[in-house]
Ligand binder design. Structure first.
Ligand code: GRG
Length: 298
């Protein structure tokens, strides 16, 4: 549950997204309405909150990272819309409401994902004019986020998840599991932190610290996600539970057992907290994220 400070930041991001997304009455209406449905009205906004906090944690001005924050959520929402499609995880509910393809049909859902990904990069390109980010940093951020989202990052992890898991030899399963999640889930968290750091003017050492935080956070987040799929409440999660087991997916609890998986999540969360010592400005937001990541119920 995102409480207090994180909930307040999530509301600010919601208002930002409302403003950045094309209005529902702008033509072509069907795609813009569906894009707003996919992005607004739900979600913890972790990647956006993290991007702004990372910028501040190295002494930058958080407002300059708002274009990045919006782009992060648009890319994340695209990945969820596509992941829910019948050709992937085939889910009917997301964030407590029907998935985009259930509401608008598969063709529109595919196009919503395509449009959100593309518009995210258009929003990044507007960072110099809207938020005063210099051009060199803007290009660097666009490159990092493209790499993290594409076949070397999130898409690569998703492919391995869909095609690779069942084929791996037993001895390779832990390696494969780590690859899948550090790419499918971890890459975007890491990019949010690194890109926020770049906008805030991070030194190479500080970027290294943010990378470390991102890697530990991504792992703790994913292990907890797997645990919640086994033992969480569908109502709190806003989606069906038990899907991983149904689909025979390789997960942390299936490979290591629930107890060990819980201990691994807590260990990674503790490493996140420790990494914060390497940043010049104390970030209460990053601290709260590290405290929440292994304890969340949705
Ligand atoms: C389709 C290219 C492509 C990638 C899909 C994101 C993803 C990759 C799959 C989603 C499947 C899944 C449940 C992964 C576990 C980690 C994850 C991304 C959970 C959802 O993120 P939250 O909890 O979602 O931050 P909210 O709704 O809070 O924004």
């Amino acid at each position: 549950m995102t409480k207090g400070l994180l909930a307040e930041r999530a509301r600010e991001i919601e208002a930002l997204l409302d403003e950045v997304l094309p209005p529902a009455n702008a033509g072509p209406v069907p795609i813009h309405e569906a894009m707003r449905y996919a992005v607004l009205g739900g979600g913890k906004r972790l990647r956006a909150i993290m991007a702004v906090a990372a910028c501040e944690s190295v002494g930058g001005v958080g407002k300059q990272a708002l274009g990045l924050a919006a782009a992060m959520e648009m890319i994340h929402a695209y990945s969820l819309v596509h992941d829910d499609l019948p050709c992937m995880d085939d889910d009917d509910f997301r964030r407590g409401k029907p998935t985009v393809h259930r509401k608008y049909g598969e063709a529109v859902a595919v196009l919503v994902g395509d449009a959100l990904l593309t518009e995210a990069f258009a929003e990044l390109a507007r960072m110099p004019e809207k938020y005063g980010v210099d051009h060199h940093t803007t290009v660097a951020v666009m490159g990092e986020l493209a790499f993290a989202s594409g076949s070397h990052g999130m898409v690569g992890g998703q492919v391995a998840d869909i095609l690779g898991a069942q084929k791996a030899e037993a001895a390779d399963q832990a390696v494969l599991l780590h690859y899948i999640h550090s790419h499918k889930t971890g890459a975007l968290f890491k990019a949010a932190l690194r890109c926020g750091g770049l906008i805030g003017g991070a030194s190479p050492d500080q970027l290294g610290t943010l990378t470390e935080f991102g890697e530990h956070f991504g792992l703790a987040f994913q292990i907890t996600d797997d645990i919640l799929d086994e033992v969480g409440e569908a109502e709190a999660l806003g989606k069906a539970v038990g899907r991983d087991r149904e689909m025979g997916k390789l997960t942390y609890p299936s490979l290591f057992g629930l107890e060990k998986a819980r201990a691994m999540a807590q260990e990674s969360a503790a490493k996140c907290l420790a990494a914060l010592e390497g940043l010049p400005v104390r970030s209460q937001v990053l601290q709260e994220l590290a405290l929440m990541v292994a304890e969340r119920d949705h």
